[in-house]
Design a protein around this ligand. Structure first.
Ligand SMILES: [Zn+2]
Length: 181
């Protein structure tokens, strides 16, 4: 594979700060920081997106999506430790600012790697697992519940995320056109 073909979006099932193990598994991780003001901070993982062009034991890569790592950029929101179901979401719900930072990051990655914004190129781990039930990604909960938009049902979250990314993508397009004129 000579081109990164898709982005898969996750939550870490950890706290708001990435740890070193999490950094091995994703290319980008969005922290939530309370200080000095509430914000989302992007961390680079240990491996670059390009490391996932070829996923084999001889060449290390970010293993984020069982059965779907090759050609896939892994973006993770640092949150959701202790999530069990809608009634038991734990003490680290995804913050709205983390999602905004994630949408903008994905829009930038789409531009940089020329990845179109479609169902088969931008997806959550949850969606990948549903589409690929014979992989270890089957039944993955990320992202079946979005604490920033709690009324969204699981099967609507992917479309919601793609629309947001598209909005940021178009916004940056307008901006770059203005810069040129
Ligand atoms: Zn995942």
């Amino acid at each position: 594979m000579n081109k990164l073909k898709r982005i898969i979006i996750h939550w870490t099932a950890g706290t708001y700060k990435p740890n070193s193990l999490e950094k091995e598994h994703y290319h980008f991780l969005v922290e939530y920081s309370k200080n000095p003001m509430e914000q989302g901070i992007i961390h680079n993982g240990r491996y670059k997106p390009e490391d996932n062009l070829l996923c084999s034991n001889d060449s290390p890569y970010a293993a984020h999506t069982g059965g779907g790592n090759t050609g896939s950029i892994g973006v993770a929101i640092c949150a959701m430790l202790g999530f069990k179901d809608y009634l038991h979401i734990g003490n680290y719900p995804i913050k709205p600012i983390q999602m905004e930072v994630c949408y903008e990051l994905c829009a930038r990655l789409c531009r940089e790697y020329k990845i179109p914004i479609r169902k088969d190129t931008i997806m959550t781990h949850y969606e990948f697992g549903k589409k690929n039930p014979h992989t270890s990604s089957k039944g993955k909960p990320d992202i079946m519940y979005l604490a920033s938009n709690p009324s969204l049902s699981s099967n609507k979250i992917g479309d919601f995320i793609r629309n947001k990314i598209l909005w940021y993508f178009k916004k940056s397009e307008t901006y770059s056109t203005q810069q040129c004129s």
